[in-house]
Write a protein of this length. Sequence first.
Length: 445
Amino acid sequence: MKNVAIIGAGITGLSSAFYAQKNGNSVKIFEKMDRVGGVMHSVHKNGFIFETGPSTGSVSLPEVTELYEDLGIKDLLEEAPSVAGNRYILKHGKLRPLPSGLVSGLTTPLFSWKDKFGMPFEPFRKRGTDPNENLSTMVRRRLGQSILDYAIDPFVSGVYAGNPDVMIPKYALPKLYNLEQDHGSFIRGAIAKMKEPKPERNKKATKKVFSTKGGLSVLAEHLEQAIGKENFVLGKNPVVVPENGKYKILAGEDSYGPFDNVIFTAGASHVFEALPCAQEKFPGASEVLYAKVSEVAIGFKKWEGVPLNGFGALMPSKEHRNILGILYMSTLFENRAPKGGALLSVFVGGLRHPDFMDLPEDKFREMVSKDVADIMQIPHMEPDLFEVTHHAEAIPQYDLKTPVREEAYKGIEKEYPGILMGGNGIDGIGMAKRIAQGRDLANRV
Ligand SMILES: Cc1cc2nc3c(=O)[nH]c(=O)nc-3n(C[C@H](O)[C@H](O)[C@H](O)COP(=O)(O)OP(=O)(O)OC[C@H]3O[C@@H](n4cnc5c(N)ncnc54)[C@H](O)[C@@H]3O)c2cc1C
């Protein structure tokens, strides 16, 4: 049994604490806010349940389902209905379905004929040789400009609030990068992957969109309860001090430890708040570019706009809109809006418009309302809920700074045995990746 300290009580920290404890260790979690969950936060207001941070996750790894199972709350795992497979992209002011098969791929007005007819030749195009190539160049080279503009660009702003000119596939999309590197082509690689035998456990990765019944905070609350409230130190900034091969933690007036292990799970910009001892030797650990995101929950008790039959809609850069995307939350999950009403989650800012969150409140509201009313064809834009949450450090970008950060994290682990480095600065940002990393860190103890 080891004495383990965890820095940060977001989904990564909570998962690592839960599994470290399950493995027989004793845990203490240090969180600077006075609540658990990190950016994961659900709010009940006026008959709506909205998220101020992540709205959904993807069951892309078995660890997601297993976390709910291991917590004994499998019944609370809420997977979106199959209609969530419909995704819309704005082109010339109209929402167009993103093609999902051969026929829709050929008939879609989203892509040019040149790129549609060029698709069968993708396997014969030359393999990329530059590991630092950005996503735009890679996609233009293999698939064509229109696919970059009307599929990849909106995807990147929808998931990372990012920019494909800045994103480096080797770090941000390693699976895609490796398809080309290992098989010479996305299509050939995808076919080879489909043929590979899969372990039975992978069946738990349904690829569906998920949340927790009642909102993602319910998952955080269950984790907090399972770990034991007495094992949390909330509302204080912890400082880790190496001492005789172990670690002491100072938080406020109090000192805790000694700990055999310290698991760091806060964001990359916070490394040296908790680990000042590592700053001089490993400055690269907090080299990170964040996308700013404003998340706007817009609720209507009576919905009069376009049918909300899908996951949501994304706005390509080429369309020059102020908003990045809209998620149809009340379609995805139950009880998010009163019956007959709707809840939308609208994303604004990102690397495209980093200054929008500095606009005066009324200007910001007017700008968002105008875009949403127009795109969703809402005749009377008089919502019953309009809640804005600004995140100045929302999504870390997996750009050219990533290898610098990764090297520094590895250096810290080597210099300070027992310290384990995690958080969304490495290994991906999605909820599934966060849960899997938390569990992996616990197993490394
Ligand atoms: C607006 C927004 C929308 C998103 N949407 C989605 C989505 O739809 N789907 C998806 O899969 N992902 C989404 N993401 C990404 C995903 O939510 C995050 O990557 C994930 O929740 C991060 O979890 P975490 O535990 O690693 O970090 P966090 O949730 O950031 O938790 C880190 C914790 O560490 C604490 N902390 C910081 N510094 C210190 C310190 N010095 N000492 C102690 N504690 C500290 C913080 O207070 C925080 O509680 C979204 C993110 C944002 C911001």
